[in-house]
Design a protein around this ligand. Structure first.
Ligand SMILES: CCCCCCCC/C=C\CCCCCCCC(=O)N[C@@H](Cc1ccc(O)cc1)C(=O)O
Ligand code: ZN
Ligand code: ZN
Length: 521
């Protein structure tokens, strides 16, 4: 009987093991097929684009000197947004005068209508010859975050000093490179006698760094009053990353299809004040500190793959070497593994989850007084698959202490996800313009981890893209709002050429049929 039982157990085990083996083999085969076949970059590049007589831009020595002098002058004007209530309005005013001097053709052309919005923001309308073509809009902002040389800058932050081919200064990558690049490109186009077929707007906000509540929001209000609908909007955001994404061979241009949401949450603890010689077992500071520690010890859940970030890696998969190529091509199987790799670094962790940053902690009035109130502010950047309400609920649960009051101060849900398929005009035009100028770059959809003025434009278009053709190499993401912000003179010139070409590329009436359907015909 025993032998019979043993042989039955063996038989059962054999079935289990062979089923497991077959499942693993099957999964492996599917994964291998996907690794070999996933080529999300095929498509419109090989298709026939409508013929246009695009003008080309070859920058001569004199133009180079002039465009760099213009750019440096822009950097030297300290258009700082200090806080929600304090901006350098003198500098913003000076910047207006400077723009008129630097781009005389833009400001005098009969094709261009310019107006000031909320005193310091600029709205340009460049009239197209074919009014039936839906206009698009380019956005950038003229304000910058504060900078102090004593933080360790190699050159004073408003000096625009050139060191080894790089111009240093606040605003060189955020965002005066786009402001100046767009207007310089338009100046050159107009000087060459260009008149667009498709009309377009340029919006230059003056308070993006403090949420764009005056600049961008008023530009949107004006456009809405005029009944404007936009084909697409392109704003700052993601860039060309070269050597930033571990394991990726070659540079990648990530075009932000969306941006994370945001919540500002206030935590506060109120207790009776008293003499420090008779302290209670827990003070307001101690209770609040424990709550903050709980939030830092319990990050928000991993959501990698539930938002557009999954698409990013699928698009880039073929540029990784094995085994990463295999993993990236099969996120359906490996998302949990990849999440754990990505969450190790702050920059990639931002793509995995809603991030939690405690940015203010205030308490105490005097050395010998038990403080009656302790407050902290938490800034959360919300993953595409979560909402403000869900995040608030999780924070309350994690804090788990009735003595800590949890209040939502401000917040907005993650932005809608713009299209990136063969029919997405803005995405395909940006992609084509990048590839024409930088053929070795892989273009992929991405998600912008910070917020931009473009978030105010959701009622004017479903297609918002966050991208500028600045090159980010290792160490560069830290320069963003950090020290030694800089751009190479070569890259600044490339940006001008990029906008020069992009504006002309937008003149096609419609996108070509994708390559695959051309074949089928
Ligand atoms: C694994 C893939 C790695 C890809 C490398 C990505 C590098 C990222 C580098 C820089 C971050 C990009 C930030 C984009 C723009 C952010 C603009 C900004 O700082 N906005 C502020 C202020 C703001 C503006 C508008 C609003 O409506 C709200 C706030 C912000 O705090 O987000
Ligand atoms: Zn910016
Ligand atoms: Zn910024």
């Amino acid at each position: 009987l025993k032998t019979k039982q043993t042989s039955q157990i063996f038989k059962f085990l054999k079935i289990i093991i062979s089923s497991l083996l077959i499942t693993v083999l099957l999964l492996f085969t599917i994964a291998a097929i996907r690794t070999l076949s996933l080529d999300v970059n095929a498509g419109l590049q090989l298709a026939h684009w409508e013929k246009t007589n695009n003008k080309s831009l070859v920058i001569d020595h004199h133009q180079r000197e002039e465009l760099l002098a213009n750019f440096k002058e822009a950097i030297r004007i300290p258009t700082v947004s200090f806080s929600n209530t304090e901006s350098n309005t003198t500098a913003l005013h000076e910047f207006d005068r400077f723009l008129r001097k630097a781009f005389p053709t833009v400001f005098s052309s009969s094709l261009v209508h310019h107006e000031l919005v909320a005193n310091y923001s600029h709205l340009f309308w460049v009239k197209g010859s074919q009014p039936e073509l839906v206009p698009y809009m380019l956005l950038a902002h003229i304000d910058v975050v504060p900078a102090s040389e004593s933080d360790g800058w190699e050159a004073p932050p408003f000096s625009a000093k050139e060191i080894d081919g790089f111009i240093y200064g606040r605003g060189t990558i955020d965002d005066k490179n786009s402001v100046m690049g767009i207007l310089q490109a338009l100046e050159y186009l107009l000087l060459k006698g260009y008149a667009p077929r498709r009309g377009f707007y340029i919006g230059l906000g003056h308070d993006e760094e403090i949420s764009g509540l005056n600049g961008a929001m008023n530009i949107v209000r004006i456009l809405k009053q005029r009944g404007v609908q936009l084909l697409f909007v392109m704003d700052e955001g993601l860039t060309i990353s070269d050597g930033i994404i571990p394991g990726l061979e070659g540079p990648a241009a990530l075009i932000g299809l969306s941006e994370k949401g945001q919540a500002v949450i206030k935590l506060s603890v109120s207790v009776a004040p008293g003499h420090s010689s008779m302290p209670p077992r827990e003070t307001s500071i101690g209770i609040l500190a424990t709550a903050v520690k709980r939030l830092e010890d319990n990050p928000m859940p991993r959501l990698f793959g539930y938002g557009p970030e999954g698409d990013t890696f699928e698009h880039l998969a073929h540029k990784f070497s094995l085994p990463l190529k295999f993993i990236m091509s099969n996120l359906w199987l490996f998302s949990p593994l990849l999440s754990r790799i990505l969450e190790r670094k702050p920059v990639s962790n931002a793509f995995v989850r809603t991030t939690t940053a405690v940015t203010f902690f205030n308490a105490g009035v005097k050395i010998n007084v038990i403080p009656s109130l302790a407050e902290a502010y938490v800034n959360l950047r919300i993953h595409s698959a979560q909402s403000v309400q869900e995040v608030l609920d999780i924070i309350k649960d994690t804090v788990g202490d009735q003595r800590v009051k949890v209040e939502l101060v401000d917040g907005f849900d993650p932005l809608p996800i713009s299209g990136a398929d063969d029919k997405a005009f803005g995405f395909q035009i940006i992609k084509k313009t990048v590839l024409d100028l930088f053929p070795t770059v892989t273009v992929a959809p991405g998600i912008c981890i910070g917020n931009t003025d473009s978030r105010h434009f959701v009622d004017l278009t479903k297609n918002i893209y966050r991208f500028s053709p600045a090159w980010f190499k290792p160490g560069d993401p830290e320069r963003f709002h950090g020290i030694n912000e800089r751009i190479s003179t070569k890259n600044y010139e490339e940006m001008i050429v990029f906008y020069f070409n992009l504006i002309q590329n937008c003149d096609i009436r419609k996108l070509p049929e994708p390559h695959s359907s051309v074949h089928e015909l």
